[in-house]
Design a protein around this ligand. Structure first.
Ligand SMILES: [Zn+2]
Length: 54
């Protein structure tokens, strides 16, 4: 039901000061959203999941 993935927290510093940094395509065809944390200057990837429960 969620076609728009909300940005989550940075897995490193738990900051929400993150923004999208493009995306990759997985071999399986799934999209991988790339994020960039403006707090710790780290990049991390996050799969598009069907349900974003955390
Ligand atoms: Zn961070």
């Amino acid at each position: 039901m969620t076609d728009d993935v909300k940005p989550m927290e940075c897995p490193y510093c738990k900051a929400r000061n993150i923004y999208r940094n493009g995306h990759n395509k997985h071999k399986s065809g799934a999209k991988i959203q790339r994020w960039f944390c403006n707090e710790c200057d780290r990049t991390f990837q996050m799969f598009y999941v069907k349900c974003d429960r955390l």
